[in-house]
Ligand binder design. Structure first.
Ligand code: SF4
Length: 141
C-alpha cells in the first residue's frame, strides 16, 4: 500500500472514532484524552498496527495518537526529487532536529523514529481539528 492509500484509510478510521465520540457529546478535551495511547490501545485496537502488541511508536510516557501521522510529514508516492541516483520520497516540513533522512538502497525516506513532536498533548491541542485531514493541511501552511 502506498502512503496516499494509507493516509486515506487512516483518515476514515480517525473520522469513525471522532464521530462516535461526538455522538456521546465528548468535548474537545475529552476527545484528546480518548486518543491517549493508554486508552486507545484498549479501546481502538485496529487504529494502529502496534496496538495489538501493546507497543508505542515512540518511547514517551504520555503519548497522544490524535495527530498520527505527523502533520509535518510530506510524502509523494511517485517521489519528491532525485538526489544523485536515489529517489527522495518523504521529508519533514519543519526539519525537526529529531528527524533524519534515511537511505534505504535507492530510496530516501524521512525517518521519524527519534521524533515525538506530533505525540505531545500540547502540540495536539495547538493543532486540533475535528477533521483530521484539515489538521494535517493546516500544519502544512
Ligand atoms: S521528524 Fe518529527 S516533526 Fe518531522 S515529520 Fe517526522 S515526526 Fe513530524
Amino acid at each position: 500500500m502506498g502512503y496516499r492509500d494509507w493516509f486515506n484509510k487512516h483518515a476514515d478510521k480517525h473520522e469513525r472514532i471522532v464521530q462516535k465520540l461526538l455522538v456521546r457529546d465528548f468535548s474537545e478535551k475529552e476527545i484528546i484524552d480518548y486518543f491517549d495511547f493508554k486508552n486507545m490501545v484498549k479501546m481502538e485496537v485496529d487504529f494502529c498496527r502496534l496496538y495489538k502488541d501493546n507497543k508505542k511508536c515512540h518511547d514517551m510516557d504520555s503519548l497522544n495518537c490524535y495527530l498520527c501521522a505527523c502533520p509535518n510529514f510530506r510524502f509523494k508516492d511517485e517521489g519528491i526529487q532525485k538526489i544523485e541516483n536515489k529517489t527522495q520520497y518523504s521529508v519533514c516540513n519543519i526539519e525537526s532536529k529529531d528527524g533524519r533522512q534515511g537511505v534505504y538502497g535507492e530510496k530516501i525516506h524521512q525517518d521519524c523514529s527519534g521524533c515525538g513532536v506530533p505525540h505531545h498533548r500540547i502540540y495536539v491541542e495547538k493543532h486540533f481539528d475535528l477533521d483530521w485531514k484539515n489538521a494535517m493541511k493546516k500544519c502544512a501552511l
